[in-house]
Design a protein around this ligand. Sequence first.
Ligand code: ZN
Length: 213
Amino acid sequence: MAHDPRDLICELCRQFYTQGWVSGTGGGISIREGDKVYMAPSGVQKERLKPEDLFELDAEGNVLKAPAGNLSACAPLFFNAFRIREAGAVMHSHSVNALLATLISGDEFRVTHLEMMKGIRGVGFHDELVVPVIENTAHEHELADSMAAAMEAYPKSFAVLVRRHGVYVWGRDWVEAKRHAECYDYLFEAAVKMRQLGVDAAEPPAQKAEAAQ
Ligand code: ZN
């Protein structure tokens, strides 16, 4: 695996593309290294990105290096995770699993007793995993305030779902952000499929009380 953040972003975008997370030029990823932030431009084919296509910004969000194209509309949202949660990497996915998860949730997506919850930092099998759901807006950058409020209100969550849109996921570095993104997506898919089977993923499994004795 490459270690230059520019190479990493291109490689991760290709992987996320095959997972259906960044198709149709949507979604993306940003990595912070020291006091520099790297991110893809807006509206480009994420699976065809080259390192020289990436924007470079400072920790305050000022553009240091601007290639062709426009800065991503996700920039203020990525910076929310850098500033409020000290993230080292943030990814934004238009995964269908994330979208469907918002349709079976109110203000919160909840699951419990699922093994893959353990892939999220600080979460165990018997815990309840909660992800806040914010309402979508006409323009991506308008999500910034409600996303920041959700991050403050749910300090244990490493994701914010956006209704009928997708999800923002972060971690202390790209390795953790990628693991979190994969585990959350798995849990979103599992909860939706469980609902189709008539099982509520937010409810603990029924006790096998006397039966075993
Ligand atoms: Zn989006």
